[in-house]
Ligand binder design. Sequence first.
Ligand SMILES: [Zn+2]
Length: 448
Amino acid sequence: MVERTKIRQEYLDKLAELIKIPSVSAKKTGLTEASDLIKTFFQELKADHVIVDNEYEFPLVLAQFKSAKTDAKTLLIYNHYDVQPAEPFDLWHSDPWTLTERDDKFFGRGVDDDKGNLLARLTALAEYLDENQYQLPVNIDFVVEGSEETASRGLAQYLQKHADFLKNDLVIWESGGYNSKEQQELNGGTKGIVTFDLKAKTAGRDLHSSLAPVVDSAAWQLVAVINSLRNPDGTIAVKGVYDSVRKASERELALVDQYSTIDEHLLVDSFKLTAALLNNRDKTDLLKALYFSPALNIEGISSGYQETGVKTVLPAEATAKLEIRLVPDQDPRDIFDKVAAHLQEHGFTNVKAVYTLGEKPYRSDLSAPEIQRVIKATEKVYGKDISLLPTTPGTGPMAYFYDNFKSPITAAGIGYADSADHAPDENVRIKDYFDHVDFIKELIKSYD
Ligand SMILES: [Zn+2]
């Protein structure tokens, strides 16, 4: 048996090596290098199978560790090796591509999202294997993708392709951690999303604005379309959009009521809101809307002249980028088609809707027996005061997994409220990092 501190140091060195690679999916840099390095990590752990699949846009790393038990269950661990760009560099207090220890924390791009989570899990596996003569009580599969930060392009195809190989009983999600009340949070879902552009064109070229009394403009038409899509209370005014919305169950409503750290005062204070909350919601309505309802957002609008000074122009073109966050059982394509039909029905013939991205929603009430196993392991390491949420208000590719495996999914991880994912000074607390190592070991042990 190797000394535990030695293994932990060895895997911190590996984390440093991985963070050194700027594997930014948005820029398509470092992806081959990072996926190859992770492949060697799995090989060193003597995985039964390691595959780097390059068929689709971003290389996918798969690894399988087999249990000798004939009736062994399978645990699937999902992570990603791509990271967000590190810019603006001058706001970092240490080099984003160098794993740096400071104030009992680790800093670096990807240290929480998501390279640190992957390496904490590999540390746990390495220790468990070392302490148990390389015998596992459960099969463990890893899926490590390279496009999580750019809508998981190719992941759905990869999972379908390897569905038989990756059959499992439980999926542990890429990241998670402590909420703002310092409770370790288990998360059972993600919202979906559909994004689209609206493009208005009303003339062959921009016109002199003296024609405004008689000629309509692309800018006005676009504004009219956007206004027609939403009611003043924030609900979506597109026919049929709510038809497939699954009602939250009593348990889901109770979990959100008990564990969500968000309320109306927190939103107003932390964002210095001057706009009223939509529909003047109280906490119950606010949480229902946030976790269980779809919402339409304008990501950006542009048209005409927006530089310094004045230009009296009547714009021939106007564009806007919009998104609708989706909840089960809404389908991105179907919701987009309903928006397109809305434009037709309302006679907006000069405005076209163009589909850009879509991801399906997934949600669970965390009552599945395999999730109870995770809850027990969590309580052992973090104590009884943990948080259980059926979904986050954010989006992720959980549905791709559920569609293929129908196994329960939950998020857990090394982060905390100030981890600053996607931002300068991304960090995790060193204690949280190693607590997650212990948690994964507990989880593996629970199959014994
Ligand atoms: Zn991220």
